[in-house]
Design a protein around this ligand. Sequence first.
Ligand code: F0G
Length: 460
Amino acid sequence: MLTMNTIIEPFRIKSVEPIYFTTREERVHILKKAHYNPFLINARDVIIDLLTDSGTSAMSSEQWAGVMRGDESYAGSDSFFRFEETVREITNMPYIIPTHQGRASEKILFTIMGGKGKYVLSNTLFDTTRANVEFSGAEGIDFRCPESKDPDLEAPFKGNMDADALQSFIAEKGPADISLVMLTITNNSGGGQPVSMANIKEVSRICRSYGVPIFIDACRFAENAYFIKQREKGYGSKSIPEIAQEMFSYADGCTMSAKKDAFANIGGFIAIVDELLAEKCRNLLIITEGFPTYGGLAGRDLEAIAIGLREVMDEDYLKYRIRSIEYIGEKLDKVGIPYIKPTGGHAVYLDAERFMNHIPVHEYPGQALCSALYLEGGIRGVEIGSVMFGKYAADGSLVSPPMELVRLAIPRRVYTQSHIDYVAEVIVDVYRKKQRYQGYRITHESPLLRHFTAKFEPVE
Ligand code: F0G
């Protein structure tokens, strides 16, 4: 542990990738050509890419060495056993099923556990999770804790599930139609906010008293464990692996996207306690992903994941990781820029409705903010608001979600402090000139997950 105040990146850079700079004038044209949708901008035309922290991590030299060691045998490869051992150690669950990414795990799980007339309850389902729940015919319901509804409130565990609401719902409907409860840690759609151990324990107690299975969406389990260590009484002297093991001990299974807290560019898994359920998942895995000892992955990917899962629990790394997000928040505070407080584990969520308070919600202030950040600084973020979650009422008017946000997700081990200083400078610049930016209207959209492909034009 370092004793100085400056928290430095706990790595040296061995291999670099160029960033191509564009001018503002070029970006005016690029943005127009992309129909003002950041998903339609080519990565080469982005200076700082904060679209996602998924699959964008820098792998370590050890992971790359593991890639060379990858055993590509179809069945029973050494790489699988190293992967399996690591996941078992962290989750203490016996059945480990590799998949090509998080949503493949969700598709398999909900094909078996979901279905018409069933409910999946959560603190907040991530959008692919919700889509897989709904695709199975089941209904997904989020019970967010009351603190999460106030973006300015500095509470330690705003990712928690509302356990009372959960209890009442199960008591009212009866447990038979409840497929499972899924706790997303950290709570991505709720601002990257952590879930406390006390909440995991309480939700688990309720589930177990009714015989309802509890699963964890574990994408960012290490970041969550670090928050527990920092913020929850009784965990300060526990190690991250100990905290992770305790979190998983309250669950009957988990789904994971290794593209987040495993520093891998692809991969995922399902871990399960129940043998029968594991067998059903494996049967489906064979027809959709692959043989159970590789799932949807190459042996080299399994190696990279196994090594990444150990690296991500390193406390010097987590300290730097969480601090680097907090650091952006402090820069925004100096100017009074609104964002979800406190900063979460993997991203900063700007409150676009208040940031762009001259643009009405039906003209998509989040989309306007994304465009402005790209225009002024070549920064790519993503709107999480009416574009992503908006629906239409019978009269064609927009039904908005509770918040209009722009997420700036920070890839792991990729950007340095000066990149982050630049990002903060651009946000502040856009905030000062915000009156110049106008709202947008949608000119083209698809019926499902419209944010990926929608086209926009500025409202004059
Ligand atoms: N669950 C959570 C909480 C996620 O954040 C994601 C992905 C998934 C599941 C699905 O995993 O992408 O491997 O299929 N989140 C990414 C993001 C895409 O940008 O937040 P996947």
